[in-house]
Design a protein around this ligand. Structure first.
Ligand code: PMV
Length: 327
């Protein structure tokens, strides 16, 4: 048995996928159809503390000092059940999570949330998992969370089952002047969750089998670009891959779309900037917000342009961030 007063706190940063994960081969274990590749960001993170406590009669979960119930609670509870199963404990847990993101739904927080929860909960339950095992555990909460265990560029190797599907860091000094200018054009809740969106794309888009093939070559291209320190190739393939993913929403039945008018305006502005000699590219996840990929020397000009367009409070510049840490 473990003592009920050990509180473990972990911090994990969010990540932005440059080659997207979109579709599960196995929904229970969250095994993807393809690999993916991301950059962990320094500006957005989740801090979570976990304590297993014999005095609790159910799991207690608070996010930003608000106790939660319903679907959010259920997802954390299900995840804690995996931790309890692995560590052979039966106690309920107290989970306190704080999100450090500029605005509510600006950046996918499920990645940093489940990475921090995996780290804090496993250690609070008495386990001492290595980073690979932590990545596998985080994956069970949210696929993209397996990448937030590591800092910098990270590849999620798709694998085929629970034991071989995990993320690995890409250790490189290359492209370290990369910046992500995050545009939080809207903070509304997304109409279709990534989970629902993926399932619709996999089962109804006639292009899904082509996506699976094309991601293999997109992954090769981006790794070649990183190895060659080739920003132009890196940005070009990132933008293409994002649009290929969104084509899977337009081609689903029923079709759906994560973009809003502001998303399109931001995309057009990125292209205008690029044609005027300020090199930048866009990528977009399962929501309307746009992330502009650029290099340090252009970050100020790009920030300036979008601050005028959307307001300075909507613009945040991020750089490569660290992997999971314990406090
Ligand atoms: O990890 P999830 O279930 O939130 O899915 C993430 C999906 C995308 O953000 C659109 C792509 C990715 O690889 O992060």
């Amino acid at each position: 048995t473990i003592s009920s007063d050990k509180i473990v706190t972990a911090i994990a940063h969010t990540n932005i996928a440059l080659i997207k994960y979109w579709g599960k081969r196995n929904a229970e274990f969250i095994i993807p159809y393809t690999g993916s590749l991301s950059l962990t960001l320094d500006q957005f993170y989740t801090q979570t503390s976990v304590q297993f406590d014999a005095s609790l009669d159910q799991d207690s979960v608070s996010i930003d000092d608000q106790l939660i119930d319903g679907n959010g609670w259920q997802r954390v509870h299900d995840f804690l059940n995996i931790v309890r199963q692995q560590s052979d404990i039966t106690l309920n847990a107290r989970v306190k999570s704080e999100n450090h993101v500029p605005t509510a739904a600006g950046l996918a927080s499920s990645a940093s949330a489940f990475a921090a929860l995996a780290a804090a909960a496993s250690r609070a339950a008495g386990m001492d998992l290595d980073l690979q095992a932590l990545s596998r555990l985080a994956r069970r909460g949210s696929g993209s969370a397996c990448r937030s265990i590591f800092g910098g560029f990270v590849e999620w190797q798709r694998g085929t089952n629970d034991s071989d599907s995990y993320a690995v860091p890409i250790e490189t000094p290359n492209l370290n002047d990369i910046r992500i200018v995050a545009l939080t054009v809207e903070k509304h809740h997304k109409p279709i969750s990534s989970r629902q969106g993926m399932a619709l794309s996999v089962t109804t888009s006639p292009y899904y089998p082509t996506w699976v093939k094309v991601v293999e070559s997109d992954l090769q291209s981006i790794k070649t670009a990183i190895n060659a320190d080739d920003f132009t190739r890196f940005g070009t393939i990132s933008e293409l891959n994002a649009m290929r993913m969104h084509a899977l929403t337009l081609s689903a039945n029923p079709d759906f779309l994560y973009f809003t008018g502001d998303t399109l305006e931001a995309m057009n502005e990125v292209k205008r900037l690029r044609h005027s000699g300020i090199e930048c590219y866009y990528t977009i996840d399962a929501g309307p917000n746009v992330k502009v990929i650029c290099q340090k020397q252009n970050a100020a000009a790009i920030t300036d342009t979008f601050s005028k367009m959307f307001g300075p409070e909507k613009v945040t510049v991020a750089q490569p961030g660290p992997g999971v840490k314990y406090l």
